[in-house]
Design a protein around this ligand. Structure first.
Ligand SMILES: NC(=O)c1ccc[n+]([C@@H]2O[C@H](COP(=O)([O-])OP(=O)(O)OC[C@H]3O[C@@H](n4cnc5c(N)ncnc54)[C@H](OP(=O)(O)O)[C@@H]3O)[C@@H](O)[C@H]2O)c1
Length: 352
């Protein structure tokens, strides 16, 4: 089956989303339902309240089925994927505990690829990898552009005990090996740090990155740099590479800017001065870390657009306020009548 270029509707197509209840998975399910796809979402516990938001999505009552599947349960994954036209494999542990991380990420990916091959119906698997599988390379030149040819160095990940990056790197490599061996059409989306409004009730790991700067849990910021991407753009990129027949290989999913944490706290303070945002770096000895360059050209060539990092941060905080995770802002600029207007006004004064 070929999913046509420019397809605007998924009517008549059934796809599986692993990790449907997660931050990125929920947004992928939302966009797929909006385009008319029937979706089988795998979750570890369909009756858990943390997945209830999925049933409230537009189109869910008619076209969403939740399937119970752990990544280490090959049979459950095969059952969820059987008869589907495509798979969005986004489930993965997000932890630096080596035992919790590596085996489910790697073995689960292999099971997903096996199930896609066995189905005889899956036209394409879109896997969510991570910048952690790309950027952990101590030998990269400081002025090198991080692009899809880059891979993280496994020995360096091990040496630095960065088991999340290690697990994601090995899992993506395993996916490419399985794709070649089994003849599965695989496309990989590689997000940088994903921010934006959460559909799920819980604060996931990537959102704590911003929350800790607002709720008083940290008094300093790190001497570190980071690239950001909006969760809505991340989900849209997954759909785009699924639907574009010409899509192939790896796709870095990032707003082009790489920010120092000092830039992040400056943006947050401009928008949300009412929170106790740190203004001191934890490292007052070493030189300020310099941002690396990152390319999002491959996704832009497919027509994917990216919200600026400041918008990602802004939307994240507003979502915390809406959920009551942070106290609502007592005064403008964060919650004046037009948030778009406020955003533009504040951006005029944010210099990066
Ligand atoms: N958020 C980011 O900044 C970011 C950046 C780059 C890449 N990624 C990748 O994007 C994907 C989704 O991440 P996320 O940020 O959306 O994280 P998340 O909200 O924590 O979602 C992870 C999902 O994976 C599921 N999962 C974890 N371990 C599992 C297991 N053993 N069996 C079955 N399901 C399991 C979780 O299910 P439960 O709800 O049952 O725990 C959850 O639905 C991951 O592959 C992650 O590596 C994320």
């Amino acid at each position: 089956m070929t999913v046509g270029e420019g397809t605007t509707t998924g009517h008549g197509l059934t796809v599986c989303v692993t990790g449907a209840g997660g931050f990125i998975g929920s947004w992928i399910v939302k966009l797929l339902l909006e385009k008319g796809y029937a979706v089988r979402g795998t979750v570890r516990n369909p009756d858990d309240a943390k997945n209830a938001h999925l049933r409230g999505l537009a189109g869910a009552a008619e076209r969403l089925t939740l399937c119970k599947a752990d990544l280490l349960d090959a049979g459950a994954l095969r059952h969820a994927i059987a008869g589907c036209h495509g798979v969005f494999h986004t489930a993965s542990p997000v932890t630096d505990d080596p035992e919790e991380m590596v085996e489910p990420a790697v073995r689960g990916t292999r099971y997903v690829m096996d199930a896609a091959a066995a189905s005889g119906t899956v036209g394409r698997v879109v896997m969510t990898s991570s910048i952690g599988a790309v950027a952990m390379d101590p030998n990269r030149a400081p002025d090198a552009v991080v692009d899809e040819s880059c891979w993280s160095d496994l020995d360096f990940c091990k040496k630095t005990k960065n088991w999340y990056c290690y697990g994601k790197t090995v899992a993506e490599r395993a996916a490419w090996e399985a794709a070649a061996e089994l003849g599965v059409d695989l496309v990989v989306v590689i997000p940088v740090l994903v921010q934006g409004p959460a559909l799920q009730p819980a604060v996931n790991a990537s959102l704590t990155h911003v929350l800790k700067y607002l709720n008083g849990s940290t008094q300093t910021y790190a001497n570190a740099v980071q690239a950001y991407v909006h969760v809505r753009d991340t989900a849209a990129a997954h759909l785009r590479v699924f639907e574009a027949p010409s899509a192939a290989g790896r796709y870095l999913c990032a707003d082009g800017a790489v920010l120092h944490r000092e830039d992040v706290v400056t943006i947050l303070r401009k928008f949300f001065p009412q929170y106790p945002i740190p203004n001191r770096c934890s490292d007052e000895v070493n030189p300020r870390k310099q941002p690396y360059k990152i390319s999002n050209q491959r996704l832009r060539d497919l027509g994917v657009e990216f919200a600026p990092a400041a918008q990602c941060l802004y939307d994240t905080v507003v979502s915390f306020q809406d959920k009551g995770i942070l106290p609502a802002a007592p005064a403008p600029p964060a919650r004046c009548n037009s948030e778009v207007f406020c955003f533009k006004e504040v951006m005029k004064h944010v210099e990066l």
